[in-house]
Design a protein around this ligand. Structure first.
Ligand SMILES: *[C@@H]1O[C@H](CO)[C@@H](O)[C@H](O)[C@H]1NC(C)=O
Ligand SMILES: *[C@@H]1O[C@H](CO)[C@@H](O)[C@H](O)[C@H]1NC(C)=O
Ligand SMILES: *[C@@H]1O[C@H](CO)[C@@H](O)[C@H](O)[C@H]1NC(C)=O
Ligand SMILES: *[C@@H]1O[C@H](CO)[C@@H](O)[C@H](O)[C@H]1NC(C)=O
Ligand SMILES: *[C@@H]1O[C@H](CO)[C@@H](O)[C@H](O)[C@H]1NC(C)=O
Length: 495
C-alpha cells in the first residue's frame, strides 16, 4: 500500500475577495473540517488584514494573526494562508473596482499557480481545490497539480444557470447584441420556466458587455464547464427544475444554506468592518417593531436615493436600524445623509456603519428587512423568518428579487414603477410592518423557512448531498492516488 492511499482529504479553499463570498467559504470550511477534512483556507492579504483589523486587534498583531484560531481550538484543522492579489493592502479596491478586478481576472492566477505549486509540496499535501466559480483558473490549476477540481457557487442556481447559458441569451437577442429585445420573456434556458430580461443579473442587462465583470463571467463560465463537481449554496427544493437541468451536464450538489454552526456566535470572524453591537438598542424595542435596512457590502447607491429612503423611513414612523457603509456612495463621499437627519430621528432609528447581521435579524424586535437582495442576506433572513422589502442594486440581486417576490412570495418591492420616491418608501414600509396582508406573507415564509430547515436536518436534501459530495471527493482522491502510483511504477519499469 502506498502511503498516499491513506491520505486524508485536504482541500485548498480559494474564496473570492468580497465579503459576500468570504462568508459562505468560511462556513463551508468549517463544515468540511467538522467532517474530518484538512482545510487550507486562502484569503488575499487584503481581505485577511481587513478582517483582522475589523476584529479590533492590535494593528501590530494583524500580520501574523490566525483567523481560524477559534476553529482550531474546537479541534478543526483549518490552516490560514494568505496570497498577494497584485496590490498593496491599503489600495482602495472599492474606489478602483474595475482596475482591481481586471488584475484579479488576468494576473491573480499566476500568484495562485505559484502558491499551489508550493502547497503541494507540503505535508500532508492537498488533493482537492475548491475555488469560487468567479475565478477563471480553477480547473486549469487543478489539472496542473492533479487536484480534484471543485467549483463553489455562492449564489442561487437560477443565476448560475443564466450565466451558464450566455450563448443561448446571445442567440436569442438578450445579451451582447445590437437588436436587444428587452420586452420578451425568456423561456429557453433549460430548467428556467420564464424570466423577464429586467430580472437578469445587472451585467447581463447592460449594453456594455465589454465591462470587466462581463468578460470575467464569460471566462469563468467557460472554465466551470471543466469542473468535476459544482457545489451550490442553495436548496434542492427551492430550485428543483433548474438544478435538475444543470445536472444533465455536470454533477451539481445543492448543499445550502451553508450557515455558521452557531449562526450568531461564530468561532471564526468574517466581517470586513467593525461591527456595532445593536443588542441593547433592540432589547429596548417591542417585538417585530424594527425594520432592518442594509444594502450589503459591495454595491453603491446615490446620495439622492439615500435621501429618499431617509425621508421615507422618517414618514413611516417605524423603528429602524440602518447600515450605511462609509463607502456606500463612494470612498470619496463622506456626507451622504440629509443634514441633521440623525438629530431628527432621535431614538427611533439607529444608524451604524456595519453590524453583525445575523445577531440583528434573529432578534425578536426585528419585523422586516429592507434589503439589496444579496444571497447571504436572503438565506439568513429566511432562516429567521423575517420578510423582505426588496431594493436590488447590482449583479445577482435583481434575479434574487424575482425569487423572493415573484416565486416565493416572501417579500415586496420597494418601488414598483419608475423612480424611487419617499412616499412609496413610507407606504411600502408601513404595509409590510403593519399591514394585514403581511400575515399571508408570514404563512408563506413559514413554508420556505421549513424547506431550509428540513434540507439541513438529518436525511434532508442538503445534508444528504453534502455527504455524497464528501464521499465523491474521497473516492476521486483514491482513484487519483492509484493512478499516480501506477504511473510511478510504470516510469520505474521504463527506466
Ligand atoms: C477537472 O476534472 C474533470 C474530471 O476529472 C476533467 O474532465 C477536467 O478535465 C478537469 N479539468 C481540467 C481543466 O483539467
Ligand atoms: C441600451 O441601448 C439602447 C439602444 O441604444 C438604449 O435605448 C438603452 O437605454 C440602453 N440601455 C441601457 C441599460 O443603457
Ligand atoms: C453567544 O455567546 C455569548 C458569550 O459567550 C453568550 O452569552 C450568548 O448566550 C451566546 N448566544 C447564543 C445565541 O448562543
Ligand atoms: C435517516 O435515514 C436512514 C436511512 O434511510 C434511516 O435509517 C434513519 O432512521 C433516518 N433518520 C432520521 C432521523 O430520519
Ligand atoms: C441532492 O438531493 C436531492 C434530494 O434528495 C436529490 O434529488 C439530488 O439528486 C441530490 N443531488 C445529487 C447531486 O446527488
Amino acid at each position: 500500500m502506498s502511503q498516499s492511499s491513506h491520505q486524508k482529504p485536504h482541500a485548498l479553499l480559494f474564496a473570492y475577495p468580497l465579503q459576500g463570498h468570504v462568508i459562505p467559504f468560511v462556513n463551508l470550511a468549517i463544515k468540511l473540517a467538522s467532517n474530518g477534512f484538512i482545510i487550507t483556507f486562502i484569503n488575499t492579504q487584503s481581505i485577511h488584514q481587513q478582517i483582522s483589523k475589523a476584529g479590533r486587534l492590535n494593528i501590530n498583531d494583524v500580520e501574523g494573526h490566525d483567523l481560524f484560531s477559534g476553529a482550531q481550538k474546537l479541534g478543526l484543522d483549518i490552516r490560514d494562508v494568505t496570497i498577494y492579489d497584485g496590490f498593496s493592502v491599503d489600495f482602495d479596491r472599492s474606489l478602483y473596482h474595475d482596475v482591481y478586478f481586471e488584475t484579479i481576472m488576468n494576473d491573480f492566477g499566476f500568484h495562485v499557480d505559484e502558491l499551489v505549486g508550493k502547497l503541494v509540496l507540503s505535508n500532508p499535501s492537498p488533493n482537492i481545490l475548491i475555488a469560487d466559480t468567479f475565478y477563471v483558473w480553477s480547473s486549469t490549476i487543478s489539472k496542473k497539480y492533479n487536484l480534484v477540481n471543485v467549483s463553489f457557487w455562492t449564489e442561487p442556481a437560477l443565476v448560475f444557470s443564466v450565466y451558464y447559458h450566455l450563448d443561448l441569451l446571445r442567440q436569442n437577442g438578450h445579451y451582447d447584441c445590437i437588436d436587444n429585445k428587452p420586452k420578451d420573456i425568456i423561456d429557453y434556458i433549460p430548467g428556467v420556466k420564464a424570466i423577464k430580461p429586467t430580472d437578469l443579473p445587472s451585467y447581463i442587462q447592460s449594453n456594455d458587455t465589454n465591462m470587466v465583470v462581463n468578460r470575467l463571467i464569460n471566462r469563468a463560465f467557460i472554465e466551470v464547464k471543466n469542473a468535476e463537481i459544482i457545489i451550490c449554496n442553495t436548496v434542492q427544493e427551492l430550485e428543483p427544475e433548474i438544478i435538475a437541468a444543470l445536472q444533465q451536464n455536470q454533477p451539481v450538489y445543492a448543499i445550502g444554506p451553508i450557515l455558521s454552526p452557531g449562526f450568531i456566535n461564530t468561532s471564526v470572524s468574517t466581517s470586513l468592518w467593525s461591527e456595532s453591537d445593536c443588542t441593547d438598542w433592540l432589547d429596548a424595542r417591542p417585538h417585530g417593531s424594527v425594520l432592518y435596512v442594509s444594502f450589503g457590502s459591495y454595491a453603491h447607491t446615490s446620495k439622492e436615493t439615500i435621501a429618499e429612503i431617509a425621508h421615507g423611513l422618517m414618514v413611516s414612523e417605524v423603528n429602524f436600524i440602518w447600515v450605511l457603509r462609509p463607502d456606500i456612495v463612494s470612498s470619496e463621499e463622506a456626507d451622504f445623509l440629509p443634514i441633521g437627519y440623525e438629530d431628527l430621528i432621535k431614538d427611533r432609528g439607529l444608524i451604524v456603519s456595519w453590524c453583525c447581521q445575523t445577531a440583528v435579524i434573529s432578534h425578536p424586535a426585528v419585523g422586516a428587512f429592507l434589503t439589496h437582495c444579496g444571497w447571504n442576506s436572503i438565506l439568513e433572513s429566511i432562516w429567521c423568518s423575517v420578510p423582505f422589502i426588496c431594493f436590488p442594486l447590482l449583479t445577482d440581486q435583481f434575479t434574487n428579487r424575482k425569487l423572493v417576490v415573484d416565486d416565493w412570495k416572501i417579500g415586496i418591492n420597494l418601488f414598483d414603477k419608475g423612480l424611487i420616491s419617499r412616499d412609496e418608501v413610507a407606504e411600502k414600509v408601513k404595509f409590510l410592518m403593519r399591514g394585514k396582508e403581511a400575515e399571508q406573507m408570514k404563512q408563506q415564509m413559514k413554508k420556505i423557512k421549513n424547506e431550509l430547515e428540513d434540507a439541513v436536518a438529518i436525511n434532508g436534501s442538503s445534508q444528504v448531498n453534502l455527504t455524497k459530495f464528501m464521499d465523491d471527493l474521497t473516492s476521486k482522491i483514491q482513484k487519483k492516488d492509484v493512478l499516480a502510483v501506477e504511473l510511478k511504477q510504470s516510469n520505474h519499469i521504463a527506466k
